[in-house]
Design a protein around this ligand. Sequence first.
Ligand code: ADA
Length: 573
Amino acid sequence: MLRTFTEHRVREVVGLDGMWDFTTAEDRRDQAVLPKRYARSCGVPQAWEQLPGLEGYRGQGWYRRRVAGDSARALRLVFGGVSHTADVYVDGTKVAHHYDAFTPFAVTVAPTKRREREVVVAVDNQFGDHSALHIGNDYYTYGGLTRPVEAHYVAPIYIERVHAVPEQARGGRWDLAVTVRLHNWSASSGTRRVVARVAGSEVELARVRVAAGATVSKSLHLSGLAVKAWSAAAPQLYDLDIAVYEGDDQVDDLRDRVGFRAVAVRGKKLLLNGKPLLLRGYNRHEDHPQFGCAIPVEAMRHDLYLLRDLGSNFVRTCHYPNDRRFLDLCDEMGFFVWEESHARAINFKHPRFREQIMDSTVEMLDWHRSHPSIIIWGCLNECDSVSRAGAKEHARVLKYIKKTDPSRPVTFASNKGSNDVCLGLVDIVAWNRYTGWYGGDVAGVEPGLKHILKWLHSPQSQGGAGKPVILSEFGGGAIRGLRDARAVHWTEEYQCQVLDEELRVYLGHPDVIGTAIWQFCDVRVTPENRWWVSRPRTMNNKGTVDEYRRPKMVYDVVKRRHAEDRKKRGGRL
Ligand code: ADA
């Protein structure tokens, strides 16, 4: 399933998780577009690196499975994520192309008289001129149908997307702005009745006309709802049910969940439901030694149990949109999320950069906007925020986000310090700082922060003055089990010294409203780059736990520092 809950009760949905026919380019002996034979099978969702012999496979793979045909309803295939490029074929005809592992996509195919249909997905996880975002990097690009897949059977006019944005109203009540997007796959126009129901209230649009082949977005407004607010301490969720009727017959439905909360920046503060909020947490990659990026829900939940045990209320989805089931868990368990579109120190001059970064950003907002746990939108981690050309690209992405969803603050994580020229574009300033790891020593953490804050709140920062600050990355590496009283780099002792001092300084400064340790667990990096292979084990070893989620010494340092900070704040999560 694509979510942790059932989205449809009226619409027929068939989960396509399970074994698919599978073959790689090496297996094939033909040059046809689609394989004539499939040498093996592979699970979905799954990274193909889990198949013995494919642990490091970077290439093409083809997946096939059959689904039921239907003569009256269209087949809508919904992919949670394919790593990293997909070409989708139904009954031998190419019906969709999608680039980027980290955003969902869907395609709707007209009904058929056939009893069965053949679905083939050609997948490619190679780097090259076609890929600006998936490159040799400090995280691994896996291959395969790495997130769940579903087959939906949809009526001519069906619900394509629903967005729900809560707004605080008077007297502790809440309003909910709902946008319903309908698509008509048929050759004739139609008129439908649309009803939105939440928390015992309902509102309807009596006549929504959708022309043949058209897509129509309509807004519904529910006001004065007597509901409980959503927060990390009390993550209250409500079912939002959308129903579409043709006459008296309900022809489609969609259930999502809403959390009533409002996020705002006021001066140097971040506010949740009007009260100052402090974010304490981690950067987390979707990576696991057994599952690659195709992490099962149970393992996602275990990560969040550990993050909560560490005293965290905050997760940054470095450096890409996450699996919707992880976001559902954050909604359910009460974690604040900074989600960002897919970029880590990428080259703005790449011919496909602009198209691909906008696609990632557009799709992230379109699919994830209703998650209450997402309170900050991010983008362009450690990209060119120092040149005029780079500033133009930052403006393009950040202005799109702000215009599309004004309900959340925006930011980007910078490692450019006082050379930044883009801080006028963000609501929150975010710095990646590795004092004591890549340079300097631990004693420099506090003076370094004071120095950069002085610059920030001066005219030299070109628009950063007076804004709240998140330390979006900091920390150091340790090989779990490497103990040495000399406390040199890569020992657990030194990692403790670095994080203990950084948390003492960053948690204690009134301008710092958020801290995200780099990083939750050790992760695999790509060997296709001389810099990353210099990392011990060809992994990024800055985790508080190792890749198997086994704690390092620093686990208790973080837990203590977070607990002290929470006690200082009267126990607020
Ligand atoms: C950067 C980058 C991270 C990671 C980190 C590190 O800040 O944003 O993805 O590579 O450095 O471990 O050096």
